[in-house]
Ligand binder design. Structure first.
Ligand code: PEP
Length: 252
């Protein structure tokens, strides 16, 4: 990516309630002033989006949802539509491996969700990543290319500049076993960059932020930040403590 603003997003997953989420977001906002030049984002559970948005008013910290449905409305009990998120958040994480693994999300549904989010002015952070089995059987690049092609399939090319892609190898998420910077670069600078270029052109490819995710912490963040193809991080466990999360952000 050519832009100089790296992105560090904290995925709180199914952690925090409204009170503790507001407290965490407020602590992140207070510390974010000391981390200029990095777009810090927090992704609380849906029920806390409004309160966290209010707590972050006037700060530089962005808000993301953790999921969205592809339809604007309808008989989809328990789901949240893109128009419902407008005004609550600027970003939405789509296709996290936990959604794919536990909630039946497919490459195709991820593509439809990304397109729907963009249509409503939400910035998708689309997650892709191979399992350990796929990596060990030599299929990592093939899997990533397939996931990226599907994620981009329905996008309006005019709006695609708002997209970010997170490479999150499934074997690295929540395991304490991060990818090496070399592995991340092979996938991000290689497979992901070239696939975006092939589908949407080199201009979009060069502008699309690519985030690394998977056991990022203050001890390894600088190694990832030093890789030119890596424009930020998607952080799970280490985003639940403001000081730890801000240390990660400061590395970028
Ligand atoms: C994630 O869930 O997106 C993630 C990267 O988790 P962790 O940082 O805990 O591996």
């Amino acid at each position: 990516m050519t832009s100089s603003t790296n992105i560090v997003a904290g995925n709180w997953k199914m952690n925090t309630d409204v009170t503790s989420g507001v407290r965490l977001a407020s602590s992140v906002a207070a510390g974010a002033v000391a981390v200029p030049g990095v777009q810090i984002i927090v992704a609380p559970p849906f029920v806390s989006l409004a309160a966290v948005r209010d707590a972050l008013a006037g700060s530089s910290v962005g808000v993301a949802a953790q999921n969205v449905h592809a339809e604007d409305s309808g008989a989809f009990t328990g789901e949240i539509a893109p128009p419902m998120l407008v005004g609550l958040c600027d970003y939405v994480i789509i296709g996290h491996s936990e959604r794919r693994q536990f909630f039946g999300e497919t490459d195709e549904s991820v593509g439809r969700k990304a397109a729907a989010a963009l249509q409503h002015g939400l910035r998708p952070i689309v997650c892709v990543g191979e399992t350990l089995d796929e990596r060990e059987s030599g299929r990592a690049v093939e899997v990533i290319r397939r996931q990226v092609v599907a994620a981009l399939a329905d996008l309006d090319p005019e709006a695609a500049g708002s997209l970010a892609i997170a490479y999150e190898p499934v074997w690295a998420i929540g395991t304490g076993r991060a990818a090496t910077p070399d592995i991340a670069d092979q996938i991000m600078g290689g497979a992901i960059g070239s696939t975006i270029a092939a589908v949407l052109g080199t201009d979009v490819a060069s502008e699309t932020p690519l985030l690394y995710g998977g056991s990022v912490n203050p001890a390894n963040a600088a190694e990832f930040a030093a890789v030119p193809s890596i424009n930020g991080a998607l952080v799970g466990g280490a985003s639940l403590d403001a000081a730890t999360f801000l240390e990660v952000a400061a590395a970028f």
